[in-house]
Structures are given as C-alpha cells and as structure tokens.
Design a protein around this ligand. Structure first.
Ligand code: GAP
Length: 522
C-alpha cells in the first residue's frame, strides 16, 4: 500500500494515557517503580479483555460443532518442551557490549547499523517478530555500504534463520554498540532461551526444573487423544484454548504489544492430509472477518505471507494477520499450516499412539493441523486503537472509543440530572432494572456534558438520562455514543430498547446463570 493511502493510527502516548487515566491498564507493581513489560488490567481493562475472549470463544467454540475447548495447565512435563523443540530452538541470539555491558539481540544490532540511513529504527525494531527480522535485516542490509552487507548465502536460503544469523555473527565486530557507539566491543552472539524456568517441589535442583509455557498450543497437542476419545469427534475438528503464556522477551515495549506475560487464544484445527490448503484459506478468511465484525476497519488489517526462508522447517505455510498499530504494521495473529510436526514429535517422544482412525478410508494417520494463534493483549491494543477518535463536539473536541457494543466494558450509563432525592431514587431503580442484563455505571458527578464525555471516553454505547420530567411522565432519554442523537422513551420499554440498540440478537451478554439473553417483547 502506498504511504499516502496508509490507514492511520492514534499516537501510542494517547492510548497509554487514556488507559492509565480511566482504569484500563496500569504498569505492574507501579508503586515499586514498575516491573518491566508486565501490565495490570484495571476495572475497565479487565472487562474489555473478558469481552474479547468471550467474543472469540463464542465465535470459535460455542457456535461451532467442530471445535471443542480445553483449559490445560501452565506447568507441563519438561519433555513436552523437548519434543516441541522449544528447549532447543526457542532462543534468541544476544550480543553484549564489553564497553557498556548492555545486551542486545544480535539481529537487532544489525538492523541498528542502518540508523544512519535515516530510518526510524527504534519504532521499526519494536514491531518486529523474529521471522520478520531476518527479512527486514536482509532488505535493509542491501542498502548498506558493501563491507557491512549480509551475504544472503545459498545456505541461508536453504536453511533459513539460523544460518543467516551466523552470517550476521561474522559481521558483528564491525558494528558500533547501539547504546555507547563504541566499535569492536560487541561479543559473539550467544543463545538465550526465552522460556521462564522455575522448580517444582521444595528442592531447587536441575531435576526439578519446569517451564512456564511460552504458548498454549502444546497443551492442546498433548491432549489430542483425550479430546478425541472423550468427544468422539471426526476430522476435521479443532481444539481451542485461551490462556496465559510467558516469554522472557529481550526486546519488549510498545505498551502491551510485546510483554513477558500475555494471553493467547489458539486453535489447533486437525484436518485430513491433503486438505490443509483449503482449511488454511478457510481460517484466514474466518479470522479476518472476526476482527472486522467486531469493528476493526478492513483497511487497517492485512495478511502477510511468510517467505519460504522465514518458515520453521516443519511449517508448510504461514500468514501474519497484521494491524496498523501506532508504531506501524505489526503482527496481531499468526495463522500457520503446521503439517503433523507436533503430533509426530509427541508420539515419538511419549511412545503413545496419537494417530487418528479414518473410518471412511479405513486408515490410521496423524492429522495435519492449521493453527490460528491470536494474542489477547494485542487484540486489546488493536481494538482500543481502532476505536479511538477525537471528534468535534460543539466548540470543543471529544475523545471517544467507538467500541463494538459486545466489547464495550460498560454498556449503559445511568445519569440522573440532579442529586435530589426523588430523582436519585428513580435513577437507581432504572439502573437496577438494567443491571440484570447489562453492565452499567451510575454517574451523578458534575455537569451532564462532562458525564457524557466521560462515558464517550470509555466507549459506553448508551447513556440513559433521568430528569425531573421523568418523575411525571415516566420517560427517560437515551443518548447514543456514536451519533450523539437522543430519543425519549417510556421506562416500560427501556430494557427492550437498550437491547435492540446494542445489537439485538447479535448482542452478547451472559447474565447470572446463563446462556445468551433473548428479551421477549412485551
Ligand atoms: N503457537 C504459535 C505461537 O505461539 P506466535 O506467533 O509466537 O505463535 C502467537 O504467537 C500470537 O501471540 C502472536 O501473533 C501475538 O499476538 C501473541 N504474542 C506472541 N508473543 C507475544 C508477546 N511477547 N507479548 C504479547 N503478545 C504476544
């Protein structure tokens, strides 16, 4: 896409400030100076995050017959990570500057060497995933003076990332330290595993080491047979999971975009070998649609196909769903066609038969898998950025989050025009009535204009105003966040009207005890 046609995103500082000010997201352990790259979700943030997970679960588990959900433990047998390749391969090469003792990712250092070329290197680096780094490092290196260029050798083409990094290694001595700029002080890169380690039981010894899972996916693979046997599902079918993952990331930043503790929403969709391309296309379309249905503009999303040299050796194809974040296009979700690598690895390492018996063809085989893997926190950031707007409102500017009603933390605010007694009583009654079905907020502080602004800023779709006239005619005013238009309706039809305005049948709310609400007409 041409730069002038690039969709725009709000400044990150504005999103961070709104999140802190209104209670969406806080720095972890803030009163102690904060813990780097860990974040706490406040009263509104926790609701937004829950709503995103609920919408994902509803679309991918509840509304489908061919996907079942699980919730596996964060701590798993260490052999899981040996078999999956995470102990060996899940590591970043680091270099250390002997002059200032700071550590950097080797491939980042390489990219930093192009800062003289006038690129916004900091913004650029912070958006990169490891696979992306290689592609960009090579692109950028082609613009460097001859002696600093990465030779994209035949070997690198054939074997990808690792060999390319070895080429980078030989060049690193010529590159100045990104922090102190001293040349020749960067060490050889050494591997640094991204998994957090801890110990199980009272004795801290090597034999007791367990890892905090760096992805939820392996909990799905090791439960493949359990789910198959207990649900009697037939291919194609998927297993879905939402849960925490931990990575000791070296480069973090851009708020909640890349942190050390985060949540994933993953599906492993098992298919008959030979049908994987069709299912990959299905999931690409389906996942893009999910974001668009929840209010993200289609032009703010794009699919980036991984080049062959970026692919893990077992992957057949991989796409990133990219979103235009404040720092530029960056990965929101990965969708990969992983062959039967994971099931093969776990079958071999555990000695258990993980094959599927196909009754139609009367054969046993290990299914192939399509993996849509989304980040919850990145989705929170994307939905916040996509919804954020500054709009004229009379002589001033209002900040508004145009969040989809299903995602908005508060659905309806109840605003009495005065704090005088009979009005308060009526307003409280209205709130109690609405609260049985919709998350509400009661606000009687300051002018009505200011209260509308506060609700706009947190994305509340509807405000219900109770005024002195309401005491006489039993009617209230509903104000719409997006159009700012107002209608007056009888209290008797308030719940039904609010339900319709929030999307009717498409509105997702889970009242105590139950399934999705359907309000009967009076
Ligand atoms: N099982 C495949 C897998 O984990 P991934 O691309 O490493 O693939 C999937 O991660 C998604 O998880 C990413 O697209 C991103 O949304 C999210 N994610 C990964 N690392 C993250 C981090 N450090 N902080 C926040 N989200 C992260």
């Amino acid at each position: 896409m041409e730069p002038e046609n690039m969709p725009t995103a709000p400044e990150m500082a504005k999103i961070v400030s709104l999140c802190q000010r209104r209670g969406f997201i806080f720095q972890s352990s803030e009163i102690y100076g904060g813990l780097s790259s860990c974040w706490d979700y406040g009263p509104l943030g926790v609701e937004l995050k829950r709503n995103i997970k609920e919408a994902w679960w509803r679309a991918n588990v509840i509304q489908r017959d061919d996907v079942a959900g699980i919730d596996s433990s964060i701590l798993m047998h260490p052999k899981v990570w040996e078999a999956s390749g995470h102990i060996q391969g899940f590591s970043d090469p680091l270099v250390e500057c002997k002059a200032c003792n700071q550590r950097f990712r080797a491939d980042h250092v390489w990219v930093l060497a192009v800062k003289d070329a006038g690129h916004d290197v900091q913004g650029y680096i912070s958006t990169l995933e490891p696979a992306d780094l290689i592609r960009k490092a090579v692109d950028f290196s082609n613009r460097l003076p001859e002696h600093l260029r990465v030779a994209e050798s035949e070997q690198a083409k054939r074997f990808g990332k690792k060999d390319l990094l070895q080429n980078l290694t030989s060049e690193i001595a010529k590159i100045p330290c990104p922090a102190c700029e001293v040349v020749g002080k960067l060490t050889e890169p050494r591997q640094f595993n991204l998994m957090f380690k801890t110990h199980m039981g009272p004795v801290e010894e090597q034999a007791n080491v367990v890892y905090m899972r760096p992805e939820t996916a392996q909990g799905i693979f090791v439960n493949f047979q359990n789910v198959l046997n207990s649900t009697r599902k037939k291919l194609p079918f998927g297993i879905a999971q939402i849960g925490k993952a931990f990575r000791n990331e070296i480069t973090t930043g851009n708020f909640i975009f890349r942190s050390r503790e985060f949540e994933q929403m993953e599906i492993e969709f098992f298919v008959k070998p030979g049908t994987e391309e069709e299912w990959l296309n299905y999931w690409l379309e389906r996942r893009l649609k999910w974001y668009v249905d929840l209010g993200i503009k289609a032009e703010s999303l794009r699919l980036r196909k991984h080049q062959e040299r970026e692919l893990a050796h077992y992957a057949k194809a991989c796409y990133d769903v990219e979103f235009v974040f404040p720092m530029g296009w960056a990965e929101l979700e990965g969708i990969a066609s992983r062959g039967n690598f994971d099931l093969t690895q776990h079958a071999n390492a555990s000695g258990k038969d993980l094959s599927y018996y196909d009754e139609e063809s009367k054969e046993h085989y290990l299914p192939f898998v399509i993996e849509p893997s989304a980040g919850v926190d990145r989705s929170v950031l994307a939905f916040l950025c996509g919804a954020y707007a500054e709009e004229p409102d009379k002589d001033e500017t209002r900040v508004v989050l145009h969040l989809h009603p299903n995602l908005a933390p508060v659905k309806v605010a109840v605003l009495p025009l005065s704090r005088k007694d009979p009005l308060v009583e009526m307003a409280k009654d209205v709130q109690v009535n609405l609260r049985t079905l919709f998350p509400t907020q009661y606000d009687d502080a300051q002018s009505i204009g200011r209260r509308y602004r506060r609700q706009d800023e947190i994305g509340t779709p509807l405000c219900v105003t109770v005024d002195f006239q309401s005491l006489e005619d039993n009617q209230v005013t509903i104000r719409d966040r997006d159009s700012m238009s107002q209608i007056r309706i009888p209290v008797a039809v308030l719940v039904e009207t609010v339900f319709k305005k929030l999307g009717g049948e498409d509105f997702l709310t889970l009242p105590p005890g139950g399934s999705v609400v359907k309000v009967e007409k009076e």
